[in-house]
Design a protein around this ligand. Structure first.
Ligand code: SAM
Length: 268
């Protein structure tokens, strides 16, 4: 693979901390243990080291990159791989249905994500994609811990509940900051999110997402207080909470995703 030009300027505004060690990327992708006929979406190609490993191992790879100064470098890689296509766009500006249409079967999202939009990207695909089956994404360690937290712990919150409502999440590897160039101020981890939209029966996904967010709106308040200040009938809330065998003073962080779904179904 061609080296990244010596004049290349890493751009903080695009979250550019690259991993240039091909052996590291090869070992990483091998550990994912995915079939060779997999289709893969990558977000943020950077220098293309991970991209090339993906193209060497899987049937089809589509990779987004926002930084147009990388175009020439990445096109040289694309020319060597018939199964690879770069899209030089902000992934958040493209409809998820359009991204889905690159693939004629389910795909995996594998990415070393730009940290400043990690959540936006993960939830865009988790909520909107009809073809995403799993994500393996590098995120800031604290974010990974929060996303995979157990209920009733300090890290548990809206993202945890939402991921657990539409799939499952686990940390598959911790990654030291020293493998990145430039070295960031934080350590990272790779999380695996398995998408399962039918895990629970949720009638109105959009309304459910708002519901969960409203349940956590006022930190340190009880679930009852959060819901009643959001317009739900007070007697109905108390009845629903009691029917679920919970105390009136229960806090949102004490509920599992399944309990949130039950409560939502009872109140709506
Ligand atoms: N995958 C490379 C690696 O592992 O070395 C680069 C990872 S770097 C953390 C994130 C990459 O995402 C950068 O190349 C950045 O330019 C790109 N990026 C940032 N925001 C993006 C967006 N909205 N859409 C597409 N790419 C984006």
């Amino acid at each position: 693979m061609a080296e990244l030009s010596k004049d290349f300027k890493f751009k903080k505004q695009f979250g550019q901390n690259f991993i240039l060690d091909k052996n590291f990327m090869n070992a990483l992708v091998r550990d994912f243990n995915l079939p060779s006929n997999s289709y893969v979406l990558e977000i943020g190609a950077g220098a293309g080291v991970l991209t090339e490993v993906l193209a060497n191992n899987f049937e089809k790879v589509v990779s987004f990159e926002i930084d147009k100064t990388l175009t020439e470098h990445l096109q040289a890689i694309e020319n060597q791989h018939e199964n690879l296509k770069f899209v030089f766009k902000d992934v958040l500006s493209v409809e998820t249905s359009e991204i889905d249409s690159f693939f004629d079967k389910n795909f995996y999202l594998i990415a070393n994500l730009p940290y400043y939009i990690t959540s936006q990207i993960i939830f865009k695909f988790l909520f909107e994609s009809k073809k995403l089956s799993q994500m393996f994404v590098m995120v800031q360690k604290e974010v990974g811990v929060r996303f995979c937290a157990k209920h009733s712990t300090k890290d548990y919150g809206i993202p945890t509940v939402l991921i657990d409502s539409f799939g499952s999440c686990k940390i598959v590897k911790n990654v030291s900051r020293t493998v990145f160039k430039p070295v960031p101020n934080v350590d990272s981890c790779i999380i695996k999110i398995e998408v399962d939209k039918n895990k629970f029966k949720i009638n109105n996904e959009k309304k459910y997402i708002d519901f969960v967010s409203n349940c956590f709106k006022m930190k340190r308040k009880t679930l009852y207080n959060n819901l009643s200040s959001n317009g739900y009938d007070k007697t109905k809330i108390i009845d629903a909470i009691k029917e679920m065998g919970l105390s009136e003073t229960v806090r949102p962080e004490n509920l599992t995703a399944e309990m949130f779904v039950n409560l939502f179904n009872k109140l709506n």
